[in-house]
Design a protein around this ligand. Structure first.
Ligand code: UPG
Ligand code: 3PG
Length: 330
């Protein structure tokens, strides 16, 4: 690892692998003293089987039990199952992505849901948690908040973890995060080696100050995490970023084909950032299509998916948002 990345890794990685490692009373005190308001956002598309338990646990522990979360919002990202009903019954506020900032239109994708969530929430600290997590993750929210509540220099905190992998009934204690290992990490190490200390650059659990999150564009699809990391590096500098070891993360896995499309979106996002500042003559021109092949017994059949980057501008540049915020804050 490059020396700056190693120094960052050693100084900016903390551990919160279980509740036993977290001083919740100190966090509550820091939250009160700083006058902070915490919003937790769960983006969800067809997560009826997992979102209910997740929300119920968060509400019981950190809304009703201990006043750490002020607002818990599930952003329903065009679900066609009972995600919204299940999440609402479990105690979340549920917002349909298309109902937020209606003048901006409605696009598909996880990143779109996260971008819109800035307008659907009010906290100065925003925590993002995927809705397909399995197992006990009750320490994730306080773990991610600890650096933000205890160190004013930190603007953005990324969770990291060991990732078990269960495919075709075979369980391995590690080895999950295949797009991370085979696509995102090699690209980041090649192009932004100062980010090499991030253990899970694609992980879906992170927290940031609204003031920082408003400054950067959000890629609409699965490129959102890698885009945020590269763009927040420019806005906050390496020392404004931190990571927290949250122990283990288990989630539902996508098919190899779907992961190929995700990897295509990661590549497009990275290329779009890498070409910033290059002269027109030397610009990279990514094709924006990923073609995959399946063999149907007679020959190879190609299927193409769009993986081009579709992105939203920094929220602070969206009039509909700034007018809405003026109403919230004023
Ligand atoms: O159009 C979408 C797609 C997904 N999601 C939600 O986003 C979360 C993560 O999506 P998932 O399809 O489970 O992604 P993973 O296969 O787990 O992908 C990993 O890698 C992605 C790319 O960086 C990250 O976005 C994910 O957070 C990370 O878990 C889940 O709550 C989904 O319901 C949406 O809200 N809208
Ligand atoms: O983060 C990733 O690399 C993708 O979500 C794939 O994760 P998985 O290999 O655990 O399914």
């Amino acid at each position: 690892m490059r020396p700056d990345a190693r120094a960052w890794f050693e100084h900016r990685t903390t551990s919160a692998t279980s509740l036993a490692e977290i001083d919740v009373d100190a966090l509550l005190l820091a939250k009160r003293r700083g006058g902070h308001r915490v919003s937790v956002v769960l983006p969800a598309r067809n997560e009826e089987t997992t979102v209910g338990v997740l929300v119920r646990d968060l509400v019981e522990r950190w809304v009703e039990g201990v006043p750490l979360i002020d607002e818990l919002v599930v952003i329903d990202s065009h679900s066609t199952d009972a995600t919204a009903e299940v999440a609402r019954a479990a105690g979340a506020e549920v917002v349909a992505v298309g109902d937020v900032l209606p003048r901006q239109g409605d696009r598909p994708g996880k990143g779109e849901a996260l971008w819109k969530s800035l307008a659907a929430t009010t906290g100065d600290l925003v925590v993002f948690i995927d809705s397909d997590l399995l197992g006990d993750v009750s320490h994730y929210v306080p773990g991610l908040l600890t650096p933000l509540l205890t160190d004013p220099r930190i603007e953005y905190v990324k969770g990291c973890y060991t990732r078990p992998l269960t495919v075709d009934g075979e369980h391995r204690p590690a080895g999950g995060g295949r797009v991370t290992e085979l696509t995102a990490r090699p690209l980041l190490n090649a192009l932004w080696p100062e980010l090499a200390g991030f253990v899970q650059p694609l992980g879906g659990e992170y927290a940031g100050r609204r003031s920082a999150l408003e400054q950067v564009p959000f890629v609409s699809g699965y490129g959102v995490e890698v885009g945020l990391l590269v763009d927040l590096l420019q806005v906050c500098g390496l020392n404004g970023l931190a990571q927290v070891d949250l122990g283990t993360r288990t989630h539902s896995h996508q098919t190899d084909e779907a992961l190929g499309t995700m990897a295509g979106q990661i590549v497009s996002t990275v290329l779009s950032r890498a070409e910033r500042g290059r002269s027109d003559r030397r610009r990279l021109e990514p094709g924006g299509l990923l073609t995959q092949f399946a063999h149907d017994g007679r020959g190879f059949v190609p299927t193409s998916h769009t993986v081009a980057v579709d992105e939203r501008p920094p929220m602070c540049a969206v009039d509909e948002y700034t007018a809405h915020r003026a109403g919230v804050v004023g």
